[in-house]
Design a protein around this ligand. Sequence first.
Ligand SMILES: C[S@@+](CC[C@H](N)C(=O)[O-])C[C@H]1O[C@@H](n2cnc3c(N)ncnc32)[C@H](O)[C@@H]1O
Length: 253
Amino acid sequence: MPTARDWDGQTYDRVSAPMEAMGLAVLERLPLSGEEIVIDAGCGSGRVTEALLERLPRGRVIGVDGSVSMIGAARERLGDRPGLELRVSDLLELDLGDERADAILSTATFHWIADHGALFARLRAALRDGGLLVAQCGGAGNIAATHAAARAVGAADPYALYFEGWAGPWRFAGPQETEVLLREAGFAQARCWLEERPVTPEDPFTYLREINLGAHLERLPAELRDPFVREVLERHEQPVTLDYVRLNMDAVA
Ligand SMILES: C[S@@+](CC[C@H](N)C(=O)[O-])C[C@H]1O[C@@H](n2cnc3c(N)ncnc32)[C@H](O)[C@@H]1O
């Protein structure tokens, strides 16, 4: 199954400092002795992967991402570091063969995958018993104002035709339903919670185009993409602050 949307790894790498800051705070929650095998699930261009690798001097990182462009940007950033393996794979098809990881770190990725039940089952299968999942993604209410603005702009001409019947690929889930899904997928313990993390991007146009509105833009012909982003931005107060709400997950396999 292909990933829901494609990304421009170079542009993401350039504008994703706010995501890196959020990701590093998630990494802080993962206890590591330095010898573990850890999967970075949805590693993107590798900014957080790089910090993870530094914490595993005797261990290994398997960075997995569905986007060829993101893995290309991660290779450019990280080169051939010892202990690093980068793979293009859909997380819904993640398969380590006979190997099992000690932990999975994931930042800003799970909300791009609609079927969280299937995702968590795959992740559980890749972990040894007792292994850890420490993750954060968009949660209930995430960038609600931006999505409302995109819906309003997308409901009018010349865009309406392209969004008819489209609800988007993302899933911004709540903590309780996620804890239930994690347990159903075989995690022995699961604790989830929401956290507000407002972001004021330095270059809101490029940020929205590459990160928040990428799935919308894939539906539009090339000449309508920039005008769509501009109209969505006009519906935000200046300076543009995005109302991120993050869903955190700490689980034990
Ligand atoms: C916003 S980026 C986050 C990248 C990085 N973890 C970070 O914190 O900056 C989301 C990433 O999830 C990846 N992704 C989305 N759906 C995926 C799937 N089904 N399988 C694998 N990767 C996926 C995208 O390709 C993208 O690189």
